[in-house]
Design a protein around this ligand. Structure first.
Ligand code: AMP
Length: 213
């Protein structure tokens, strides 16, 4: 099963992607996580991506597509995957479709986790991330056991540069301009399913499970 998660930054699509991946035994592929891992390791790719990410801009399609296609060509993706944060533009979606068509394949579901902008801004300022292992928390909704400390690896939790309020506003306008058109794109392909992302995450997950079957 090949699943795409759509939704504004902070809509909770990463959390849902992780839960879906566990439930169905699929790899969870987040282009944001791949970029962050490269930043942490000081690679050239990481250095290039960081200049865009820190401003809330999208990393150029060419670079992003290359990274994603490499990842989905790996063995663990044979039975499908959950894409989280990709595609984010129509050209990215078109390249992915073209690659899948070559393999006689297609996307099965595009799940749109719907949350209004005002909720997003409130949520993002409470987000905390572990830069070491990539785990994410929320000071109110998903708090770590000990404040400021990652449950998984014990490292310090921080407000990511790209979760800071001014960056969030940029990311939302980028989302509306460049990513929201994908809702129409996947509607036309008859694979779009929208779920209400404002309810508790367990209920969002139940709604998704009832769609995926
Ligand atoms: P995320 O963790 O998915 O919110 O991604 C964090 C940042 O990584 C985004 O704000 C972009 O700068 C970059 N990024 C992640 N995925 C993509 C993508 N598919 N296309 C372009 N930039 C991306």
């Amino acid at each position: 099963m090949k699943i795409i998660m759509l939704g504004a930054p902070g809509a909770g699509k990463g959390t849902q992607a992780q839960m879906i991946a566990e439930q169905y035994g699929l790899p969870h592929i987040s282009t944001g996580d791949i970029f962050r891992a490269n930043i942490k390791n000081g690679t050239d790719l990481g250095k290039e991506a960081k200049t865009y990410m820190d401003q809330g801009k999208l990393v150029p399609d060419e670079l992003t597509v290359r990274i994603l296609l490499d990842r989905v060509a790996q063995d663990d993706c044979k039975n499908g995957y959950v894409l989280d944060g990709f595609p984010r533009t129509i050209p990215q979606a078109e390249v992915l479709d073209a690659e899948l068509t070559k393999l006689g394949d297609q996307i099965d579901f595009a799940i749109n986790v719907d949350v209004p902008d005002e909720n997003i801004i409130k949520r993002m300022s409470g987000r905390r991330a572990c830069l070491k292992c990539g785990a994410t928390y929320h000071i109110v909704h998903v708090p770590p056991k000990q404040e400021g400390v990652c449950d998984k690896c014990g490292s310090e939790l921080v407000l990511r540069d790209d979760d800071k309020p001014e960056t969030v506003k940029n990311r939302l306008s980028v989302y509306h301009e460049q990513t929201q058109p994908l809702i129409d794109y996947y509607t036309k392909k008859n694979v779009l399913k929208t779920v209400d992302g404002t309810v508790p995450k367990e209920d969002v997950f139940k709604a998704i499970i009832s769609i995926l079957g």
